[in-house]
Design a protein around this ligand. Structure first.
Ligand SMILES: CC(C)(COP(=O)(O)OP(=O)(O)OC[C@H]1O[C@@H](n2cnc3c(N)ncnc32)[C@H](O)[C@@H]1OP(=O)(O)O)[C@@H](O)C(=O)NCCC(=O)NCCS
Length: 186
């Protein structure tokens, strides 16, 4: 990692740049990134068990990770929901440094497990997660039945969840991010 880049806790002063970087790297028209929003970031910052970090190069935010101790109904499982690094500095170990800071704090918060989800085709993210001690758990595929009477622009991937909806579903154990690791049907 470049010596000028530091990993520090995210504060309100980083909010604008974090939002903008998210919109730059996440395709918010496609799952699982549809819930990227100011609300989503603010919820993390408001969470008592938060672990939110930024990578900064001087005053510029070049990466972030947002996680908290909120996962389904388990108090001892943490959820790492968002991580991103600016395209011009990817591949230099910044995400791994963010992961180390983030996971260390979650374990200190008392996490027995940290859960995250990775979209099927996101090789960079999947490799990065494996390099940082994550192994694949249950895979759940989201099945979608569109209303035949509605003309929806785009294909069936364009399912829009309103701000907070994804996190609500996660809290109730119906999905985790892109539907992975959801609670097994009884
Ligand atoms: C995923 C992402 C955060 C990785 O950031 P990064 O700073 O480039 O990652 P690192 O440099 O720390 O790399 C960590 C490991 O991931 C692997 N990796 C990183 N980018 C990769 C790529 N494009 N293809 C394959 N493996 C990759 C590397 O093998 C690396 O391990 P190694 O150096 O020991 O070999 C970055 O690609 C990104 O911001 N993507 C867009 C946002 C996103 O998809 N976020 C995840 C979902 S929320």
């Amino acid at each position: 990692m470049h010596p000028d880049i530091a990993i520090v806790p995210m504060g309100l002063g980083h909010l604008r740049q974090v939002i903008d970087l998210g919109y730059q790297v996440f395709d918010t028209h496609a799952k699982p990134y549809t819930s990227w929003s100011l609300t989503s970031v603010a919820e993390h910052l408001d969470s008592a068990g938060k672990s939110c970090w930024v990578a900064v190069d001087s005053d510029r935010v070049v990466g972030f990770v947002l996680a908290s101790m909120e996962f389904e109904l388990r108090e001892d499982w943490a959820y790492l929901e968002w991580i991103a690094v600016s395209p011009d500095v990817q591949g230099h170990g910044i995400a791994s440094k963010l992961m180390t800071a983030c996971c260390d704090l979650l374990f200190r918060h008392g996490a027995a497990r940290i859960v995250t989800d990775v979209e099927n085709h996101n090789t960079a993210s999947a490799t990065m997660m494996r390099r940082n001690g994550f192994t694949e758990g249950t895979t759940v595929t989201l099945f979608v039945r569109p209303n035949p009477d509605e003309t929806i622009a785009g294909d069936d991937e364009q399912v829009t969840l309103g701000p907070g909806t994804k996190r609500d579903l996660i809290r109730r154990g119906r999905i985790t991010g892109d539907g992975r690791h959801g609670r097994l049907p009884r």
